[in-house]
Structure formats: structure tokens, C-alpha cells
Ligand binder design. Structure first.
Ligand code: ADP
Length: 263
């Protein structure tokens, strides 16, 4: 083996390293571009409610004293836009923490307990809508590794959407079943559904499908839900049919069964 072979190997190694470096830079650039887009979207989303608030304040200054109806309406608009801004800011804080590499602290929790607690909260959100909850016997005493606050936040995002996008005559159902090594939690609704071309995009930050823009969410819910799922080594999938309804599945790995002791 001569010095030429050695040089050849060295050149190949160097080439390989250069390739990985180029890939790393491309990825970094892409993530910078994504971050720049996020900041641009954020300022746009915050400007819209601010403009409405300013307009209503002007209106109040001009005619708030002599027209009680105008006054009431302007105040209601200001209150709801302020509410929207505060939802946006708190959603953005969760995502900023996620981008900064924040990780959740997981502990073993019984599936039944999570479903019951989330179900109670969702029942209130659902109001007069038909809301069903079922935890199959297969889940009895099954535990998953979860951060209680975040796992509830994730399921409530899915339930809040299901309720928001389902007419009052529809049905929303939260269910859990365990088979093999996984626990499948499903949030089903009989609402407006999601078109096939939109299904891929709904987990993107700020994405809202055309037919649902009027409902007035932030468009950040599902991207937060996805991050929380991945923190739990869980997967979120969705099947949906326009005008029929949607099912969001969260598949968690089982941590322990009743016959297994754990520390
Ligand atoms: P938001 O609900 O605040 O608009 P999300 O990120 O939670 O934002 O959802 C993104 C979009 O996905 C929604 O705007 C809507 O178009 C669609 N979507 C989510 N869940 C449902 C559902 N259960 N039924 C119909 N469309 C849904």
C-alpha cells in the first residue's frame, strides 16, 4: 500500500466531511428561513387584532358618548381581539420554548386518569353538543410516560378543534384503547371535515383550511399538539372526509401493564 492509496483515502474522507458540512449548512439555512418566516407570520398575526383595536378606540373617542349601542359593540370587539392576542402570545411562547430545545418531564401515568380528567374539561367546552367518552377495558391499569399538563393540553387542542368544527347537532367522541405495545387515543367528530389537499398542511404553523378561517383560531394548535406528541414518543395521525368528519389518533408507547411492577 503506497502513499497514493493513503492520499486517495484521505481525499475520500475529506470529501465526505465536506459533504456533511454542506448538508449541515443547508439545514441550518433552511431552519433560519423557517424562523424568519415564523417571525414575519407572528407580526402579521399580531398586527391584525391591533388594527381592529385601534379602529374601535377611534370610534369610541368619536361617538362613544352619545351612542350606547356603538359603544357596546366597540368594547366587545376590543375585548375579543385582546383575547385573541393573548391566545396567540401564549401559543407562541410554547413554540418558542419548543424551538429552544425545552423538554418535558415525563412520569408514569394511568391512561384512564388522563382520559377522565381531559373528558371532564372537554364536557364543559362541548356545551350542548353530544360528547361521548370511552376508555376501553383494555386500558385498565395501563400506564404511559407522560407530562400531565402537556398531555392534557395536547388532547384539549384536538377536542377543542373537534368541538369548534362540528355543528351543534353533531357528535364528538374521546376514546382510548390499548393493543399490543401501544395505547391509541382517538378524538372523533362528525364536523366539517378536512379536504385531502389540506390534510398534509394542517400541522404547519399558522395554517388554517379555507372553510374554517371564520372560526377564528390561531392556527398554532396542531403544531403545538405535534410537538407535545413527539416529546411523548407518540405519533399523531388523522383521517378525514369533507362534510363527514375527522378522526385524530394519538398513538403512545405503553410504559407498563398491571402485571408489571415498576419502581
Ligand atoms: P386553529 O384551530 O387555531 O385554526 P389548528 O392548528 O389547531 O389551528 O388547526 C389548523 C387547521 O386544521 C384548522 O384551522 C382547521 O382548518 C383544521 N382542523 C383542525 N382540526 C379540525 C377538525 N376536527 N375538523 C375540521 N378541521 C380541522
Amino acid at each position: 500500500e503506497g502513499p497514493a492509496d493513503e492520499l486517495g483515502r484521505l481525499a475520500a474522507t475529506l470529501n465526505g466531511m465536506l459533504d456533511s458540512l454542506a448538508t449541515a449548512y443547508r439545514e441550518l439555512e433552511a431552519s433560519h428561513a423557517a424562523q424568519r418566516r415564523f417571525v414575519a407570520d407572528v407580526s402579521h398575526e399580531l398586527k391584525t387584532p391591533l388594527t381592529t383595536i385601534r379602529g374601535n378606540v377611534d370610534l369610541l373617542r368619536k361617538m362613544g358618548d352619545d351612542q350606547p349601542a356603538v359603544r357596546q359593540e366597540a368594547l366587545a370587539d376590543i375585548a375579543s381581539e385582546a383575547e385573541r392576542m393573548s391566545r396567540l402570545v401564549s401559543d407562541m411562547l410554547v413554540l418558542a420554548r419548543a424551538d429552544a430545545g425545552f423538554t418535558l418531564s415525563l412520569k408514569p401515568l394511568p391512561v384512564q386518569q388522563i382520559i377522565e380528567q381531559v373528558g371532564r374539561q372537554a364536557k364543559i367546552l362541548a356545551g350542548s353538543l353530544n360528547f361521548k367518552i370511552s376508555c376501553r377495558p383494555s386500558c385498565e391499569n395501563i400506564r404511559i410516560l407522560a407530562d400531565p399538563d402537556y398531555v392534557k393540553q395536547m388532547l384539549l387542542i384536538l377536542l377543542d378543534n373537534a368541538i369548534k368544527f362540528t355543528p351543534p347537532t353533531g357528535v364528538v367522541e374521546l376514546s382510548a384503547e390499548c393493543s399490543g405495545d401501544v395505547v391509541k387515543v382517538a378524538v372523533k367528530d362528525t364536523g366539517i371535515g378536512i379536504g385531502p389537499d389540506e390534510l398534509d398542511r394542517i400541522f404547519e404553523r399558522f395554517y388554517r383550511a379555507d372553510q374554517s378561517r371564520s372560526v377564528g383560531g390561531t392556527g398554532l394548535g396542531l403544531s403545538i399538539a405535534k410537538w407535545i406528541a413527539h416529546q411523548h414518543k407518540a405519533e399523531i395521525t388523522v383521517t378525514s372526509e369533507l362534510h363527514k368528519g375527522s378522526v385524530f389518533w394519538v398513538t403512545f408507547p405503553v410504559f407498563s401493564r398491571p402485571d408489571q411492577s415498576f419502581p
